[in-house]
Design a protein around this ligand. Sequence first.
Ligand code: NAD
Length: 388
Amino acid sequence: MSGKKRKPIRWGMVGGGRGSQIGYIHRSAALRDNTFELVAGAFDIDPERGRAFGAELGLDEGRSYPDYLAMFAAEAKRDDGIEAASIATPNNTHFAICKAALEHDLHVVCEKPLCFTVAEAEELKALSEARGRIVGVTYGYAGHQMIEQARAMVKNGDLGDIRVVNLQFAHGFHTAPVEEQNPSTRWRVDPKFAGPSYVLGDVGTHPLYISEVILPHLKVKRLMCVRQSFVKSRAPLEDNAVTLMEYDNGAIATVWSSAVNAGSMHGQKVRIIGSRASIEWWDERPNQLFYEIQGEPVRILERGMDYLYPQARIDDRIGGGHPEGLFEAWANLYRRFGFAISGDRGFALTDTGDLIFPGIEAGLEGVRWVENCVRSADAGGVWVDYSS
Ligand code: NAD
């Protein structure tokens, strides 16, 4: 690590208020390595609740704002104003908040989906480039170290030519209409707030992004999707979807996105099958990667061990054997966001390996994928050209 003295990035949050599902992990990830310092927030749709929450978090009273526009405007006038903002609000607000943050010359960490349409995502990309600001997107599972190992194994040819990719994020938590009681689920099944899809955007984009990290050389050529609302009141939004994708090298992928996989916890699995061997990763056992060479006994690779590729050890915090989890994976991502924002190598643990993070391109790809899946499904499950 560089010995250079550095200051944490001054950081504000939009959303992620008390009781929200995802606010806590943003804070613990951003603050864990002293990369960011929380100095301001517009945490809640209810200004009073947001202010009370800001006080609980120890913010100066004047820096807990009733809404994001008030925060961006007031912080821009301060010498010590925020340099970056995270957005952890329901999907329908991401585009407007992200745009406003960039217009105030802030770096942004935005929840997925980045926005609803490719046109919106292109607009945000152009704006972030024009303003020279980073947009990170929290595909948090990609911060697990064994994803880096998988990427290095593919790059080094350990699997041979890639033939088949099986992706799934299929949990069982919404097997029944739980949205009748749970407000965090209610907006997810309402197109006004969730956008054009439920599970495709909410869960399917996670393993999709992981596959982009592991297989950067494969480009989707065309796809076909069918989607269902097994809990009828969720229509037109789907609670289950199956997508078939063809890559430009002839490889084939399936993506199962579901909230009705009864009995399953997360059920997020990524299996990459090559001509010589396969690897499989499961987010409920994130410290392990199954490595299966045809004709040999199965090997289970463990996080933090010397036999891993160097890229898979950059983020090691405590050595093999000690289980790390989602909080560390998110902290790894936030550290990379911090590195990208500051350009300060002191934020990277070592100078080896590629330092990759889900940026604006990843956000755009997620939106493009959902848009194409919905286009295919709504036309009756037909092949659609992915580039159009
Ligand atoms: P939630 O409903 O539990 O919480 C939303 C929070 O945002 C609440 O505190 C609410 O008061 C606040 N809010 C709403 N509108 C606001 C506004 N205009 N200004 C300020 N605050 C506002 O939702 P959640 O489950 O935490 O999801 C939030 C986002 O995070 C969604 O986009 C969701 O897709 C995403 N998410 C991502 C992951 C992941 O793994 N990356 C996991 C869960 C949720």
